[in-house]
Ligand binder design. Structure first.
Ligand code: ADP
Ligand code: MG
Length: 728
């Protein structure tokens, strides 16, 4: 009999086991059982073809209506029309005429592939299929390879859904009793099935209600484990002791505020107070500061850093990229003026030293900064990952500010905190607005402050779609608009998804061939590249304008030079990749054109367009896309064009993602412990799991009385750290 730890190799054939491992990283019974079906087909009911959506990976049950073979472009094209009784779908095979023997009109089969659109018609090209054995009674024949409900699994070309289904059957049939980690009082409270029953019910449900119950329980498990992990983490933080950082004489803070050319917004005022209170505690602050781009987070963070310096400590600001670190450095130097010039002739009476530390600096420069950090001479250091490298030591690091949380894992932010002699206070800033449940789930170990209003003087951004498939001439109009904007003395960003195209552009003939192979191929070949677009515009539509490029393959000096030139207005149009996504601040930039906009996520687009309309000039953002109407991609772009509410957009973004992705652990693929939980849909479940987790931890803080549960929490913890390792 098999246990959860049994290797699937011992149950399934070598080849199947190898494919499962390669496709999904599945090696054990436990991992296989956690490869859940997406949905269920009901035996005897053909899939409703009218509901299929372009770009979806589908497995459908359908009947073959007719088959035809023709020749085009030197290829044999086998076209199979399948039907659900009302709607049709076309399946195409190139140069595989022999399939005609299997694919006979009248037969029923399962067909799996990605829904493509060709000449306006939906189709599957080269689908995998499994024909239902011939016979008068289709129902009975289908029942042979499953019960009443056919689970449909996430599948790959090598491993279609029905193969997974067969593996699952073999595994569940040989499964021994398994220990259930969920405390029995919770099983009773929610009337959940046992773990083993849940596995059986989700893979081979007798009735759909059983599958639903099973899914609910397995989703709850995920929510509970996560809340236990976060609860424990939080308890550990509160147990830590550190120095409080309330300055006796807040001279720098005062001098800084005197210099500020504006008043804090009410929101900033409140957050300043929250932070001051946290810093006065003897355990480390652990706070998330969220607010839209431009809501004034940096100013708030700087005030916090200055108050730590006032109390005799040091502060570090960690940025995700060099461009951002450099920009923070410039902004902060500017805001501080002579207050940041300690040790120089310009220094005022009250001052500290503010330095930049990034990986691209010379070894000698770095060493000099390391020495001054270790001696405590530098009060505020701003930098990238370089801050976490071995040579960096602080005299007394009191506060770590992390910009753009989602780019750093928990482990990474901890790496910098380890550099402090006592646990430092932590302030995490993010410009991606986070709905409440997500915040509670993902950042459950952080307190949260939110800046909702933008400081005055910001103008709204207008966003329009340029659907190049339907309205190619709109693109010409867009370039004209760029010229007009520059004519008014403003500047423009043009964003493209990649730096260079590895392959040359396709000829018309190649393009046609690509189309025959399906959209995917076409898309990848034609993604706009910065290094092609910039020269093309410079000699074409935008001739005469000053155009520069900015992207990740340039040296950081080059990037910095370009940003400085753009900021000072020497460049009209900056053609860039998403390196400009976060934080870049050029108030005179009023327009942005985003090429292949469907390539970017909702939140990312929102972040990108936040770069314009910062200087009291109305911002304009054009989303250029070849996405077809009524695709998911198009729906997302429409949403972005219709609202400026970052919270709403974050919601839309998250609705399509799973918890694992939110946590940044999607990389761990087949092994992920969080695969069912969805932060928005499962809001109620998360709330109750949180409550249950807190109760459990109250009576059993170390989970020593729940050893099975503890084991699962530990696994989740390991997985989080290995997800971090994968990414770094
Ligand atoms: P964020 O870091 O949230 O993107 P910043 O702190 O960089 O925002 O602020 C964006 C811009 O608004 C900066 O130019 C900053 O100087 C300015 N700013 C910040 N707070 C205020 C305020 N209370 N009133 C007016 N302008 C402000
Ligand atoms: Mg900022």
């Amino acid at each position: 009999m098999a246990t959860l730890e049994t290797r699937i190799l011992n149950i399934l054939g070598d080849r199947t086991a190898a494919v499962l491992e390669k496709s999904f990283g599945i090696t054990t019974v436990n991992e296989l059982l956690r490869h859940y079906p997406r949905r269920y087909e009901v035996r005897g009911e053909l899939t409703d073809i009218s509901t299929l959506i372009a770009d979806d990976e589908v497995t459908i049950l359908a009947q073959i209506e007719r088959v035809s073979l023709r020749r085009a472009n030197g290829k044999n094209i086998l076209e199979v029309i399948v039907t659900d009784g009302s709607a049709n779908l076309s399946l195409t095979f190139f140069n595989q005429a022999w399939r005609e023997k299997e694919l006979k009109a009248g037969r029923v089969g399962l067909f799996a592939g990605k829904v493509g659109v060709f000449k306006g018609k939906r189709q599957l090209s080269h689908p995998d299929y499994q024909m239902v054995p011939d016979g008068d009674d289709v129902d009975a024949a289908v029942a042979e390879f499953a019960g009443k409900f056919l689970p449909v699994y996430p599948a790959t070309a090598k491993l279609p859904s029905w193969k997974v289904m067969q593996c699952m059957k073999l595994v569940t049939d040989s499964l021994d009793e398994i220990a259930d980690y969920l405390p029995s009082e919770l099983i009773t409270k929610y009337k959940y099935p046992s773990l083993k029953q849940a596995f059986i019910d989700i893979h081979q449900p007798k009735e759909l209600i059983n599958a639903e119950q099973a899914r609910l329980r397995l989703t709850f498990d995920e929510a509970l484990l996560l809340q236990l992990l976060l609860g424990q983490r939080r308890a550990e933080i509160i147990k830590l002791s550190t120095k409080h950082r309330t300055p006796n004489t807040p001279v720098l803070v005062k001098a800084f505020e005197d210099r500020l050319p504006f008043k804090y917004t009410d929101g900033q005022q409140i957050v300043n107070e929250e932070i001051a209170k946290d810093l006065s505690n003897k355990y480390p602050m652990h706070r998330l500061l969220q607010g839209e781009v431009g809501s004034g987070k940096t100013v708030v963070a700087l005030r916090a850093m200055l108050s730590v310096v006032d109390s005799g400590g040091q502060a570090a600001l960690l940025a995700p990229t060099e461009v951002l670190a450099q920009q923070h450095f410039r902004t902060i130097k500017k805001l501080l003026g002579e207050l940041a010039d300690s040790g120089t002739l310009q220094a005022g009476e009250i001052s500290t030293s503010v330095e930049l530390l990034t990986g691209s600096m010379s070894a000698a420069t770095k060493r000099a900064i390391h020495a001054r950090l270790a001696s405590g001479e530098i009060g505020i250091v701003i930098g990238t990952h370089a801050l976490m490298s071995d040579g960096v030591e602080f005299e007394d690091l009191g506060l770590v500010v992390v910009d753009e949380q989602h780019r750093f894992g928990v482990e990474q932010r901890d790496a910098l905190r380890m550099k402090a002699k006592q646990p430092p206070h932590l302030l995490v800033m993010t410009a991606t607005p986070i709905p409440r449940t997500v915040a509670m789930t993902v950042f459950g170990d952080l307190d949260i402050s939110t800046l909702r209003e933008l400081p005055g003087g910001r103008s709204p951004i207008q966003t329009h779609l340029i659907p190049v498939l339907e309205k190619p001439h709109y693109l010409d109009r867009a370039w004209e608009r760029v010229r007009e904007e520059v004519g008014k003395g403003h500047q423009v960003y043009i964003v493209a998804p990649r730096i260079v195209n590895p392959d040359k552009k396709l000829t018309e003939r190649e393009m046609h061939a690509a189309q025959m192979l399906g959209e995917e191929f076409l898309d990848n070949q034609n993604m706009t590249a910065v290094e092609e677009l910039a020269p093309e515009l410079a000699t074409g539509a935008l001739k005469g304008l000053k155009i520069a490029m900015l992207h990740g393959r340039q040296s950081s000096e080059e990037k910095d030079q370009t940003m400085i030139a753009f900021a000072s207005g020497e460049i009209d149009v900056l053609v860039a990749t998403t390196v400009i996504e976060v934080g870049v601040d050029v108030p005179n930039a009023s327009m942005m054109v985003i090429m292949d906009a469907e390539r970017f996520g909702v939140s990312q687009l929102h972040q990108l367009r936040g770069r314009v309309g910062r200087g009291g000039v109305p911002g304009l953002c054009l989303l250029v896309t070849a996405a077809a109407e009524q695709t998911q991609s198009m729906e997302r772009l429409i949403a972005v064009s219709q609202t400026l509410d970052g919270f709403e957009l974050a919601r839309i973004d998250l609705e399509q993602r799973k918890e694992g992705d939110v946590l940044g652990s999607s990389q761990s693929g087949g092994k992920s412990h969080l695969r069912l939980l969805r932060v928005l849909r499962d809001e109620d479940l998360i709330e109750s799991a949180r409550e249950d987790a807190l109760n459990l931890l109250k009576s059993d803080p170390t989970l020593s009385m729940h050893d099975q549960l503890l084991l699962e929490v530990e696994k989740l913890k390991d997985q989080e750290s290995s997800a971090f390792m994968d990414k770094s």
